[in-house]
Design a protein around this ligand. Structure first.
Ligand code: MLT
Length: 264
């Protein structure tokens, strides 16, 4: 599977993996704001945006392998790999499956724990209803918690943009990703075994992956850095892009081997 990818900038390669049920469109402010200091690479995960879904069984591991192929296609040996929420699950799978290809990790608004059974059931329910009735169920049941209360109350344009991205999600990809997320494994051991720096970012108003989840990830990895973004909910990178970009840019500057050679 060759993912459709948008890239900007030059320097240290930084891959950013989007949340569910969005696409690389969510990283607009990162492609603009980080490109001065690094090469920002934002793929559409399979089935979303411009990427095909294919006919493989749902799997976060497969999504991580797709990302490794993005690096291959761009002749990049190692990169900072970052992901927000579902993108974070893929990032942790990438860390497990391709540890030698990472310069550092950014985990934003995500969690290392697998889903409890009721959450798995809910995901299957959403997958079925989306396939039957379209994305209206996502607008009703997923959209409300994607942004924080500050954004919902005082930044309707941002909330509206997220709503548009949710409505545009292809239903087959939504169902596939829900099933892939339900089957994902615990990643705490992966974090404990990390040999590269980890930055954990979380919005103080995140209702989906709250601050406690971020603290647990940061505690699992020796030397991890935790940054809490004020007045942001689950989509920190969209809700408070300047604050998000500042902590990511500082992290990328601090990563050893940042000036990684490219292959070929
Ligand atoms: C996301 O933002 O990617 C989702 O909230 C992840 C999830 O459903 O666990």
């Amino acid at each position: 599977m060759q993912l459709y990818t948008r890239s900007t900038g030059t320097g240290v390669p930084v891959v950013l993996l989007h949340a569910f049920p969005l696409s690389s469109a969510m990283w607009l402010a990162q492609r603009e704001g980080l490109a001065g200091g690094c090469r920002v690479i934002t793929p559409d995960l399979r089935g979303f945006g411009g990427s095909l879904l294919g006919d493989d069984e749902p799997s976060i591991d497969l999504m991580a392998d797709d990302v490794a192929r993005v690096l291959d296609a761009q002749s990049i040996d190692q990169a900072v790999i970052g992901g927000l929420s579902m993108g974070g699950y893929v990032t942790m799978a990438f860390a497990r499956r391709h540890p030698d290809r990472m310069l550092g990790l950014v985990l934003a608004d995500t969690k290392a724990a697998p889903d409890p059974e009721p959450v798995k059931d809910k995901r299957e329910d959403i997958a079925r209803r989306v396939l039957e009735d379209g994305t209206a169920v996502l607008v009703r049941e997923v959209l409300p918690a994607l942004t924080g209360r500050t954004t919902r109350q005082s930044r309707p344009m941002v909330h509206g943009r997220v709503r548009g991205l949710v409505q545009a999600a292809p239903t087959a990809a939504v169902a596939w990703a829900q099933r892939a997320m339900a089957a994902r494994q615990d990643s705490f051991e992966t974090l404990a075994a990390l040999k590269v720096p980890l930055l954990v970012v979380v919005g103080e108003e995140d209702e989906i992956s709250p601050v406690a989840d971020a603290e647990a990830m940061a505690q699992a990895a020796p030397g991890a850095r935790l940054e809490v973004i004020q007045r942001a909910g689950h989509l920190t990178a969209v809700e408070q892009p300047e604050a998000f970009n500042a902590v990511v840019a500082a992290f990328v500057r601090s990563v050893p081997g940042g000036a990684a050679p490219t292959r070929g």
